[in-house]
Each structure stands twice: as structure tokens, then as C-alpha cells.
Design a protein around this ligand. Structure first.
Ligand code: 0O2
Ligand code: 0O2
Length: 225
């Protein structure tokens, strides 16, 4: 008899118990990946003094959100493991847009994750204005009774993208997904403003790097005279 059938038959107390069990490997994965991704930051800082990863957060999707998404996406309990990709979710925040792609390259090279899908919402924003780079992957978790491969998602975004998504998400909760049209337009414009800020910061960084390079070649020129 499937766990899903069991859940439906014996009522809500057992449901919570089973959800707890069901979520164990996902929690394990989030905890492990937070350590690993924060480890990348630490290594960069030690080596370079600067990291493309500013900070990392992670969460297991709350049961109420899982249930809501199951209804919205028509996912049955017996297809949950295969069809819901973000029960284990990690977020990597970066300072600059170009850092996002450096982080994505690093993730592609890792042997502990098996990437299944990449969604570039950084350059193909969603209609809401949302931008981020999403990576869906398989991750093996060592359980008492052997290895369990779960699906997980990493969202890679700049601090400005994160600011917009965080605020929009909390407003969305209040409006239950249905913003009045004028507010939708204003939110989309705010997302563009956030992206312009990202572009401006990257340009400033580029110019500072050029200035620094010019200064060092100038110095080198002087010292060789
Ligand atoms: P520190 O010293 O604060 O940087 P945990 O797994 O316990 O470490 P938890 O409670 O699961 O973390 O929370 P989550 O949401 O996974 O990650 C929170 C981490 O993100 C914390 O770091 C926060 O400091 C960090 N964080 C959140 N917002 C920002 C931000 O705007 N800027 C920066 N730089 N960091 C932020 P730590 O690792 O707990 O330690
Ligand atoms: P959470 O944990 O509340 O963030 P769907 O989930 O059906 O909308 P799909 O196709 O499963 O979409 O995946 P998609 O669109 O690649 O990624 C969905 C996740 O991206 C969302 O997860 C959000 O985290 C984030 N996201 C996508 N669009 C928006 C948006 O317009 N605003 C904000 N703030 N976040 C967005 P969940 O399910 O909402 O979970």
C-alpha cells in the first residue's frame, strides 16, 4: 500500500508524522548543500579576498506550500518526489550579474550534483518582472537504508533581484497572487529599476577595474624608466 493511500485513510495526525518522515532527506540535503556552498565562499575569500557568492540561504518548503503547489500544479502525492522540484531549495546571492554566471559555471562542474535543467530568468525575465537563474538537479542523500536521490533547486540572483523578489513575494502573499493591474505595472517597473541598478553597479565596477589597471601599467611604466 502506498504512503499516499495510507495518509488519506488515517487522518491528519498521521499525515503530519508522515510529512516529517517524507521531508527528512530534503532537510538533510538543504543542510549539506548550505555547508558546501558556504564553503565555496570561504575558499574564494581565502584565495582571492573576494567571492562571487555573497551569502547562501536554504529552506525545506513548508508543508502548506507543498500542498498548495500540489493543487495548483495538479501534482498527485505519488508523483510528488518526481514532479515537485523545489521541496529542497537553496538560494545563492551575488553582488553582480556576472557573478551569477561564474557561480553557475562552478555548479556545472560539481560532481556531487546532477543538473537536469537550467532556467535563465536573468536574461529572460518572467512577466512579473522576476529575475533569477534557476538550476534543478538531482542530489544523493545517504540515509540509514541506503542512498536516496532527491530533486532540489538552487536559485542564483543578485542582491537587488533578491530584494525585489523578497518584497514582491510578501506583497503577493497579501494579495493572494492577484495584484490590481496598476500595481502589477509598478512592480514590473520596480524590477526593471532593480536590474538597472545591477547594470550600473557592474559598469562602475568595470570602470574602477580599468582605472586600477591603467594606474598599475602607468606605475610599471614609471618603474621601468
Ligand atoms: P552570518 O554570520 O549571519 O553570516 P543557518 O543554517 O543556521 O546558518 P538559517 O537559520 O538556516 O541559517 O537561515 P538561512 O535563511 O538559510 O540563511 C541565513 C544566512 O543568510 C545567515 O548567515 C544570514 O546572516 C545570511 N543573510 C541573510 N540575509 C543576508 C544579507 O542581506 N546579507 C548577507 N551578507 N547575509 C545575509 P549565517 O551563515 O547564519 O551567518
Ligand atoms: P517559494 O518557496 O514560495 O519561493 P511555479 O512554482 O508554478 O510558479 P515553476 O514553473 O514550478 O513555477 O518554477 P519556476 O517559475 O521556475 O520557479 C518557481 C519559483 O521561482 C517560485 O517558487 C519562486 O521562488 C520563484 N519565482 C518565480 N516567479 C516569481 C515571481 O514572480 N516573484 C517571486 N517573488 N518569486 C518568483 P514558489 O513555488 O513560489 O516557492
Amino acid at each position: 500500500m502506498s504512503a499516499a493511500y495510507f495518509i488519506k485513510k488515517i487522518g491528519s495526525d498521521s499525515l503530519v508524522e508522515d510529512w516529517d518522515n517524507f521531508l527528512i532527506p530534503y532537510k538533510q540535503a538543504v543542510d549539506e548543500l548550505k555547508v558546501k556552498l558556504r564553503g565555496i565562499r570561504a575558499q574564494f575569500l581565502k584565495l582571492d579576498g573576494r567571492s562571487p557568492i555573497e551569502f547562501v540561504t536554504g529552506r525545506v518548503k513548508p508543508v502548506d506550500s507543498i500542498k498548495e503547489k500540489m493543487v495548483r500544479r495538479h501534482i498527485s502525492e505519488d508523483r510528488l518526489e518526481e514532479d515537485m522540484e523545489d521541496i529542497a531549495g537553496l538560494r545563492i546571492m551575488c553582488q553582480f550579474v556576472e557573478d551569477i554566471y561564474q557561480v553557475v559555471d562552478l555548479l556545472r562542474k560539481r560532481t556531487d550534483i546532477n543538473i537536469l535543467e537550467e532556467r535563465d530568468y536573468v536574461h529572460n525575465k518572467k512577466p512579473s518582472g522576476y529575475r533569477s537563474y534557476h538550476i534543478i538537479f538531482e542530489y544523493p542523500v545517504q540515509m540509514l537504508d541506503g542512498e536516496k536521490v532527491i530533486l532540489a533547486e538552487i536559485q542564483v540572483r543578485t542582491l537587488a533581484m533578491n530584494f525585489w523578489a523578497t518584497v514582491e513575494h510578501s506583497l503577493n502573499y497579501k494579495y493572494k497572487g492577484e495584484f490590481p493591474d496598476d500595481l502589477k505595472v509598478r512592480l514590473e517597473r520596480s524590477a526593471e529599476a532593480a536590474f538597472k541598478l545591477d547594470e550600473e553597479m557592474s559598469e562602475i565596477r568595470g570602470e574602477l577595474q580599468e582605472t586600477k589597471q591603467d594606474a598599475s601599467t602607468g606605475d610599471a611604466g614609471k618603474s621601468s624608466e
